[in-house]
Design a protein around this ligand. Sequence first.
Ligand SMILES: Nc1ncnc2c1ncn2[C@@H]1O[C@H](COP(=O)(O)OP(=O)(O)OP(=O)(O)O)[C@@H](O)[C@H]1O
Ligand SMILES: [Mg+2]
Length: 311
Amino acid sequence: MQALAISVAGLQKSFGKNTVLDGIDLEVPRGSVFCLLGPNGAGKTTTINILATLLKADGGTATVNGFDVARQAHKVRAQISLTGQFAAIDDMLTARENLILIAALRHEEDPASTAEALLKRFGLEDAADRRAGMFSGGMRRRLDIAMSLIGDAPVLFLDEPTTGLDPHTRNMMWKMIEALARDGRTVFLTTQNLEEADRLSDQIAILSQGAIISGGTAGELKKLLPQGEFELVFPDKGQMAAAVRLLQSHNATPDEEALSLTITTDGSVAQITGILNQIQDAQIQVSRFSQRTPTLDEAFLKIISDHEGES
Ligand SMILES: Nc1ncnc2c1ncn2[C@@H]1O[C@H](COP(=O)(O)OP(=O)(O)OP(=O)(O)O)[C@@H](O)[C@H]1O
Ligand SMILES: [Mg+2]
């Protein structure tokens, strides 16, 4: 049995002159949560649509559970379920009817009890018999995800599953995704929420300008950044100017208004002690100092902006 749920090599897609995917490679082990991260328009939905056989690639290959998305589309469809960025709910039907419809289409033995169980699991019992067209955004999202779980597909594609959800519902969705992974399903998700990627994913790939520019675990991506920033705040401009002169070699960024100086460090005690000793020897007064480690958000923005700067 092959261990990869998704394997993508040299995938290309253009819309007219707009090259959206310029030869991307991805590997997602079975039973893992994989997150594709990228700014608006990076090609996340395009990638999902190709993998879910809704869109044809111009070049390269992609397989899902060993089946080729171009040549064995019907076999791929039997392996997957897709929750799109824009919901596939029928507004004229109630929540219960939507679920029963999908359960029947997927040949579930008892569509009514499948629907009942999902309504309960997603906290939609009270709204079960109201038309979905009347639902709030969060309720629609929950119903949409509930629909995608019908049929026990081993590979789930979730395109921005938590966009527009309140923190409580988002938390519920996270728990749900974690439970799916524990169940042994493979989850391929996209998000703009770095906290989400950090919490849920085994692997993250960053897509920008048609290419995967970085990949790894959340921890590995954070390591691409300098380990931290060291900030010194001074009582007045004179002290600050003296410190700027003293610390020239440290690549320090002054903020005149805040009377502060930010120095990028490797996070080592030796480097920070060295800086503080220099300040003390020069008898420069400091009101306070602090050390900060980068967040995943900062890592993401820095990786994207470094890449844009290079190309
Ligand atoms: N059917 C289409 N015809 C023409 N251009 C398209 C089509 N679908 C997508 N595009 C273009 O492809 C690019 C990538 O779009 P895509 O929807 O994949 O981005 P995304 O990463 O999902 O963005 P978002 O975060 O906004 O959802 C965009 O420039 C978009 O305008
Ligand atoms: Mg999208």
